[in-house]
Write a protein that binds this ligand. Structure first.
Ligand code: CP
Length: 348
């Protein structure tokens, strides 16, 4: 996977040739990840969710592993759920934000990650504002690298938790389903990861939003572009509202937030255009009353809190996978005593 080898990893321009380090396993994006690999991770996450709901004591699955969570951009959900997941699996966990690191003294990002590696990090979780930064760093360290969101590129663990939430809402069936993704798709790493994962699993994706916030590559992404939010949501099995960032107005891409809400906002009337059992997703943080009406965000169709809850389970599955530590079936724990980062296990 991408989860696969870094030979397939997206390289930022100017990064130079990438060498191969066969022992590390990364999750850099969902683009190109095989259906079987996605489903294997989702199945593993479902087992984690079931186990979390019955037994909150930590396991010893990553007892010998060190997980470093390096957030060079703000985060609440992703940071907290990776911390909980890593502790849940018994790992040693260190969390950093860019504030307080020696980056402020001129140290490079590469050297910063090599410090983490030299301190024994088996898995480094990285969020960074530059698209391709985790892929670049994956080539620089022997630790496994997990992309926790890189600029406008991808947010693969968010994509996985979105897939998990939809699979639960849809009774396990992806084929033949259709989702509307509404808002600032052009700048959304959440949308890109969701589109890659959903398309691989046979879900049709309709995009809707202001033309200035639509990607130029709609066809290449395999999506359909709707002319209005009503058209996109008509008969859909789900809608994903994306966060509207105020800086888009400052950049001249949006006339005003109130105009956006009137034309593209998702309210109860628009929700009723979807199928009777369709659900509403939002990656958070939500601008209530802008992209999503408060009664929809809190309504019975909303699965926003399910997304958050599934985040811990997905990140347990991803950390276990990237650390190369298979789950021991039946026990909820894996084979302890093996150092993470050892020979890669192929995902089923
Ligand atoms: N969905 C998401 O990535 O949220 P955070 O920015 O709070 O991590």
């Amino acid at each position: 996977m991408n989860v696969h080898s870094h030979a397939n990893a997206l390289a930022p321009s100017g990064a130079g040739p990438f060498s191969s380090r066969p022992t590390a396993r990364h999750l850099l994006g969902l683009e190109g990840v095989a259906r079987e690999s996605l489903l294997a991770l989702l199945d593993d996450a479902e087992r984690d969710l079931a186990h979390l709901s019955t037994d909150r004591s930590p396991t010893d699955e990553l007892r010998l592993a060190t997980v470093v969570i390096a957030m060079f951009e703000d985060s609440t959900r992703t940071r907290v759920s990776f911390q909980i997941a890593a502790k849940r699996l018994g790992a040693t966990v260190s969390t950093f934000s860019s504030h307080g690191l020696s980056l402020s003294k001129g140290e490079t990002l590469r050297d910063t990650l090599r410090i983490f590696e030299a301190n024994g990090a088996d898995v480094i979780v990285v969020r960074h504002s530059s698209p391709g930064a985790p892929a670049y760093l994956a080539e620089q360290v022997d630790s496994a690298v997990v992309n926790a969101g890189d600029g406008t590129h991808e947010h693969p663990t968010q994509g996985l938790l979105d897939l998990m939430t939809l699979r639960q809402a849809w009774g396990g069936r992806f084929d033949g389903r259709r989702i509307a993704i509404v808002g600032d798709v052009a700048h959304s790493r959440v949308a890109r990861s969701a589109i890659f994962g959903l398309s691989t699993l046979g879900v049709a994706v309709t995009l809707a939003g202001p033309a200035t916030l639509m990607p130029a590559e709609v066809e290449r992404l395999g999506c359909t572009l709707a002319g209005s939010v009503d058209e996109a949501m008509e008969g859909a099995d789900a809608v994903m509202a994306l966060r509207i960032q105020r800086e888009r107005m400052e950049a001249g891409l949006l006339p005003s937030l109130s105009e956006y809400t009137r034309v593209w906002g998702i309210d109860a009337t628009r929700v009723r255009r979807m199928k009777a059992d369709a659900v509403v997703l939002h990656p958070g943080p939500v601008n209530r009353g802008v992209e999503l009406a408060p009664d929809v965000a809190d309504g019975e169709r909303s699965v926003i809190l399910d997304q958050v809850a599934n985040g811990v389970a997905v990140r347990c599955a991803v950390l276990r996978h990237c650390a190369g530590t298979p789950r021991a079936e039946g026990s909820g724990t894996s084979q302890s005593g093996r150092r993470a980062g050892g020979p890669a296990r192929e995902a089923a």
